[in-house]
Design a protein around this ligand. Structure first.
Ligand SMILES: [Zn+2]
Length: 48
Protein backbone atom coordinates (compact mmCIF):
# COMPACT_ATOMS: atom_id res chain seq x y z
CA UNK A 1 0.00 0.00 0.00
CA UNK A 2 1.22 3.44 -0.87
CA UNK A 3 1.46 5.97 1.88
CA UNK A 4 -0.04 9.04 0.31
CA UNK A 5 -1.60 11.80 2.32
CA UNK A 6 -5.10 12.41 1.08
CA UNK A 7 -7.92 14.62 2.19
CA UNK A 8 -11.52 13.72 2.70
CA UNK A 9 -13.38 12.70 -0.37
CA UNK A 10 -16.06 14.94 -1.79
CA UNK A 11 -14.91 18.23 -0.29
CA UNK A 12 -16.12 21.22 -2.22
CA UNK A 13 -14.35 24.42 -3.11
CA UNK A 14 -15.02 27.03 -0.46
CA UNK A 15 -15.52 29.76 -2.97
CA UNK A 16 -19.08 31.03 -2.87
CA UNK A 17 -21.32 29.12 -5.28
CA UNK A 18 -18.44 27.10 -6.62
CA UNK A 19 -19.54 23.52 -7.15
CA UNK A 20 -16.14 22.10 -7.87
CA UNK A 21 -15.36 19.01 -5.90
CA UNK A 22 -11.80 18.98 -4.68
CA UNK A 23 -9.51 16.12 -5.44
CA UNK A 24 -8.47 14.05 -2.46
CA UNK A 25 -4.94 15.05 -3.42
CA UNK A 26 -5.79 18.73 -3.22
CA UNK A 27 -5.26 19.80 0.36
CA UNK A 28 -6.28 23.37 -0.30
CA UNK A 29 -9.71 24.74 0.44
CA UNK A 30 -10.29 25.98 -3.08
CA UNK A 31 -10.31 24.34 -6.45
CA UNK A 32 -7.37 24.93 -8.76
CA UNK A 33 -9.35 27.55 -10.65
CA UNK A 34 -9.93 29.68 -7.60
CA UNK A 35 -6.45 29.06 -6.27
CA UNK A 36 -5.06 30.58 -9.42
CA UNK A 37 -7.49 33.48 -9.04
CA UNK A 38 -6.19 34.21 -5.57
CA UNK A 39 -2.43 33.98 -5.87
CA UNK A 40 -2.02 35.86 -2.62
CA UNK A 41 -3.80 33.10 -0.76
CA UNK A 42 -1.76 30.47 -2.50
CA UNK A 43 1.51 32.32 -1.92
CA UNK A 44 0.70 32.79 1.71
CA UNK A 45 0.19 29.07 2.10
CA UNK A 46 3.29 27.91 0.27
CA UNK A 47 5.53 30.52 1.87
CA UNK A 48 5.07 28.89 5.25
ZN1 LIG B 1 -13.67 26.95 -6.95
Amino acid sequence: MQKVKVSHKGRKCKFLHCKHVLSIYNHEEYCHIHLSQFPHVYKFKISK
